[in-house]
Design a protein around this ligand. Structure first.
Ligand code: HEC
Ligand code: HEC
Ligand code: HEC
Ligand code: HEC
Ligand code: HEC
Length: 411
């Protein structure tokens, strides 16, 4: 077994040296010298995820199924990027890429190349691929948003202290990879427009949550521990899931608890919903700016016909420099309304409505769900045109998070 493994490593690893950092001189490029003629070509400094796939098939397949592998591919991203570049001509062209394809930070002069890749609809460059995370060496948390520093050598960084050696890369464990700090570089906040317009962060007060005080980092929920191999043919051990469950996936069940109280007072009924968010950060996270979650109340009377509906909207509303409301957070200079559910918040919502007539009972159905994209009609039309699925693009669909249904006797 040991012999076999060693052989496997040397054969595959041997190819790896040629394949992963092909032709690279192997010397880490200092970020400050990034502009010198010694700068490696982009694709050598940040090997494509396909090159890691050969030895890390399990991780690759999980990542490929995750939203992260689509960070510069979606129609809404393409259309919103176009709008940013059109309307915000005097601003930084790397703005969106700093999180959606963060290797731009080392190659800011290639903003046009990145943009063309996105516009091609089928980018050949990675967005948030393996190297974009695993070459991060430190994160500077004193700036907003926190800024990653890459070490562009042949060492990959990770969270595992005892990786077996291989010939494709050196491995080094850093506590950073087990810490929320790592995720904050992209999830904490958008860069401010200027000093006068400081915008609130995306996550809310996540530090003072029970989850964080119990030592639960982002990874513990979004990269859940599982048992499996890390590299092909290696020993099974505890590994981190790379499908990044969030809006989709099992985490939904852990997002919120709903409690429903009803009171029938003759012609009027009152439903009180106690919604307890179990999420240790804002829900929804208010980027992109059009995101919203609603709490929907549906009442069904005789023959299960819907007789009443009402909802509450949890979202952040931005206004641009002229004071006009906008769904484009990158145009926003102020927040005019903020109803997102705060970390671990309990919210009580009361609805009153006419008691259904001639019915022996009513169904009270309460659903917490993500709403489809919203915004100006030319924007929605552009997404439809940009998407290979047209009006069936997932962004036009709502996603249920939790639902609760009770039946209330009326007489
Ligand atoms: C380099 C920037 C970057 C880093 C670092 C990063 N993310 Fe993300 N993350 C993104 C982007 C961009 C998306 C959106 C991808 C898309 O849908 O196009 C995303 C999406 C996600 C999603 C899916 C969201 C949804 O709506 O379902 C989860 C969950 C997530 N990230 C968790 C994490 C965690 C946990 C970490 C830290 C271990 C992390 N991310 C680190 C940029 C990053
Ligand atoms: C500070 C990092 C950061 C910046 C800057 C940023 N994004 Fe994002 N973006 C994210 C993260 C993280 C997500 C995933 C959010 C989630 O699911 O909660 C995301 C999600 C999105 C999504 C939804 C997922 C998708 O791919 O369709 C769109 C669209 C989007 N961003 C567009 C943009 C545009 C356009 C810009 C530039 C104007 C931009 N973003 C700038 C971090 C960033
Ligand atoms: C958004 C950032 C991010 C991306 C993208 C990402 N990883 Fe990871 N990866 C991490 C973090 C953080 C850990 C440590 C998680 C922990 O230990 O809790 C990790 C752990 C690992 C590990 C060691 C533990 C394990 O699960 O075996 C390997 C190997 C790995 N990643 C390979 C890859 C490969 C290959 C890709 C691309 C297909 C990739 N990663 C994409 C952030 C990322
Ligand atoms: C020739 C095969 C091979 C290739 C190609 C390869 N790796 Fe690995 N990698 C391994 C082996 C073997 C391990 C050790 C696994 C173990 O100990 O269970 C490993 C471990 C890792 C770890 C864990 C390190 C830690 O301390 O947590 C990370 C992260 C990682 N690789 C990322 C990558 C990335 C990113 C790429 C692509 C740029 C890549 N690997 C390409 C074979 C390879
Ligand atoms: C205790 C578990 C837990 C921890 C810790 C946690 N989250 Fe979440 N997160 C959730 C749940 C539950 C959801 C909601 C799932 C759903 O939408 O159905 C969620 C949703 C998300 C989403 C996608 C939903 C959206 O509204 O855009 C992102 C992105 C995300 N979390 C990032 C993070 C980051 C970054 C951290 C660390 C600062 C973190 N999470 C810490 C449980 C957790």
């Amino acid at each position: 077994m040991w012999k076999y493994r060693k052989l496997l490593i040397s054969v595959v690893g041997g190819l790896g040296i040629i394949g992963v950092w092909s032709g690279g001189n192997g010397f880490p490029v200092d970020a400050a010298e990034g502009m010198t003629k010694d700068k490696k070509p982009l694709e050598r400094a940040f090997p494509h995820s396909n090159k890691c796939k050969r030895c890390h098939e399990r991780v690759f397949e999980e990542w490929e199924a995750s939203p992260l592998s689509q960070s510069i591919h979606s129609a809404p991203f393409r259309v919103a990027l176009d709008r940013y570049l059109d309307t915000e001509r005097n601003r930084d062209r790397t703005f969106c890429f700093r999180c959606h394809a963060p290797h731009i930070l080392e190659y800011p002069e290639q903003a046009d190349h990145f943009t063309k890749e996105v516009q091609s609809r089928d980018p050949l460059i990675d967005g948030v691929g393996c190297a974009q995370c695993h070459l991060v060496n430190t994160v500077d948390s004193t700036v907003k948003p926190p800024h990653p520093h890459f070490a562009l050598g042949k060492t990959v960084f990770g969270g595992y202290k005892k990786p077996v050696s291989n010939l494709a890369h050196q491995s080094k464990a850093l506590d950073l990879f087990k810490s929320s700090t790592f995720c904050l570089m992209c999830h904490e906040a958008l860069p401010d427009r200027d000093k006068e317009h400081q915008m609130p962060g995306l996550l809310g007060d996540w530090k003072n949550t029970q989850a964080n005080q119990k030592g639960k980092a982002c990874q513990s929920c979004h990269m859940p521990e599982q048992f499996g191999e890390s590299a092909n043919g290696e020993r099974n051990r505890k590994v981190a899931n790379h499908t990044f469950p969030g809006r989709l996936g099992k985490l939904q069940q852990e997002a919120a608890e709903l409690d429903i109280q009803t009171e029938v007072k003759g012609k009027t009924s009152v439903v009180t919903v106690t919604l307890q968010s179990l999420v240790p950060h804002n829900l929804p996270l208010p980027h992109p700016g059009w995101v919203s979650v609603i709490l929907d109340l549906t009442i069904k009377g005789k023959n299960l016909r819907k007789v009443y509906g009402e909802n509450r909207v949890y979202t952040r509303v931005f206004a641009d420099a002229k004071g006009k409301e906008t769904v484009f957070d990158f145009e926003g200079v102020t927040v005019v309304k903020d109803t997102v559910l705060k970390p671990e918040e309990t919210r009580v919502e009361t609805f009153s409505f006419p008691t259904p007539k001639d019915a022996p009972s009513m169904d009270v159905i309460v659903t917490l769900r993500y709403e489809p994209v919203k915004g100006p009609s030319d924007f929605l039309k552009a997404i439809e045109q940009a998407s290979s699925r047209g009006s069936k693009d997932p962004v036009f669909q709502s996603i249920d998070i939790v639902q609760k249904k009770i039946n209330v006797l009326l007489k």
